[in-house]
Design a protein around this ligand. Structure first.
Ligand SMILES: [Zn+2]
Length: 273
C-alpha cells in the first residue's frame, strides 16, 4: 500500500519535473468579437513578461570567459605551485597566462562570432534579392511557413500579406531564417566580454598565491578559491539564464575539479625531478 502510494507520488513528481514552465503551457483564450475590436494596438512596450534569451549572446561569452579564466589559471597556478616553485616563478607564469588567455579568448570569440555574422549577412542579402526578384513566390513561401505552424491557409495568407506590407525582409529573416535583432551576432561585444571576464575570473587566483608561503598552503588555497569561484559562477550564470542553480553549479565545478587534479599531479610529478 505504502509502496503504491510512493510510486504514485514519484510518477506525479516526474510529471511535474518534465512539464514545461506552466507560464508557457498552451492556453485557449476565447475572446468575444467586441473585446478583440476594443483591444489597443500591441506596441513593443506592451510586452507581457521579461524574457532571458535576449541575453544569450553576451551571457554565453561572459560565462565562457570567466569559467576559462578560473579553470585555466587556477589549474596552471596549482601545477606550478605543486612543483615547489618560488613566488616569482609562479607569478611570472600566472601573469603571462592571464595575458595570453585573455587575448586568445578575445580572438577566438571574435573569429567564431564574426563567421556567424557573415553567414547572417549573406542570408539577409539572399532574402532581399529574392524578395525583389520573386515577390509572389516569397509571399507563398511565408504563407506556407504559417500553415506549417498551424494557421489556416486563408488566415495565413492574410497574415503573410500584412507582414510583407509592413516589413517583408524582417518577416522572412525572422520566420524563415530565424534571425532577430536580439539574436544577431555581435563579434566585438563577444570578444570584449569574454576577454574581460577571463581576467576578472583569474585575478583572485593570482592574488591568493601571494598570501601564502608554503607549497602546501598555496596549493590548497588555489584549489579552494578556484572551486569557490566556479561554484559562484555556475550559480550566477544559471540564475541569469533562468536555469536550475544546482545543475549549473555542479556542471561548472566538476570540470574544475578534473582540471585541478590533473595539473596538480603533473606539477608534483615534474617538481620531483
Ligand atoms: Zn524568403
Amino acid at each position: 500500500m505504502a509502496l503504491c502510494r510512493s510510486f504514485a507520488l514519484l510518477v506525479k513528481a516526474l510529471r511535474w519535473a518534465t512539464t514545461p514552465n506552466p507560464r508557457v503551457r498552451p492556453m485557449m483564450v476565447v475572446m468575444p468579437d467586441e473585446a478583440v475590436a476594443r483591444r489597443p494596438d500591441p506596441s513593443p512596450s506592451a510586452h507581457l513578461e521579461p524574457h532571458k534569451s535576449g541575453r544569450s549572446g553576451w551571457l554565453r561569452a561572459a560565462v565562457l570567459g570567466a569559467s576559462d579564466g578560473i579553470v585555466s589559471i587556477g589549474a596552471l597556478l596549482a601545477g606550478v605551485a605543486a612543483a615547489n616553485s618560488d613566488l616569482r616563478t609562479i607569478m611570472t607564469a600566472g601573469a603571462a597566462a592571464v595575458a595570453a588567455g585573455a587575448l586568445s579568448m578575445a580572438s577566438g570569440e571574435y573569429v567564431s562570432v564574426a563567421a556567424q555574422r557573415d553567414a547572417e549577412r549573406s542570408d539577409t542579402e539572399q532574402e532581399a534579392s529574392e524578395l525583389e526578384r520573386h515577390p509572389d513566390r516569397e509571399l507563398k513561401e511565408l504563407t506556407d511557413i504559417y500553415v506549417r505552424r498551424g494557421v489556416e491557409r486563408e488566415l495565413a495568407g492574410e497574415v503573410a500579406k500584412q507582414l510583407t506590407a509592413a516589413d517583408a525582409l524582417g518577416a522572412h529573416l525572422r520566420d524563415e531564417v530565424g534571425i532577430t535583432s536580439t539574436s544577431a551576432a555581435k563579434p566585438m561585444q563577444a570578444a570584449l566580454v569574454s576577454a574581460s571576464s577571463f581576467v576578472v575570473g583569474a585575478l583572485p587566483l593570482l592574488s591568493v598565491v601571494v598570501l601564502f608561503d608554503s607549497t602546501m598552503a598555496r596549493t590548497v588555497s588555489i584549489w579552494v578559491v578556484c572551486l569557490t569561484l566556479l561554484a559562484v559562477l555556475g550559480s550566477v550564470g544559471a540564475h541569469i539564464g533562468g536555469a536550475s542553480r544546482t545543475r549549473g553549479t555542479v556542471r561548472v565545478v566538476a570540470g574544475g575539479v578534473l582540471a585541478l587534479i590533473v595539473t596538480t599531479g603533473v606539477g608534483a610529478a615534474v617538481g620531483t625531478f
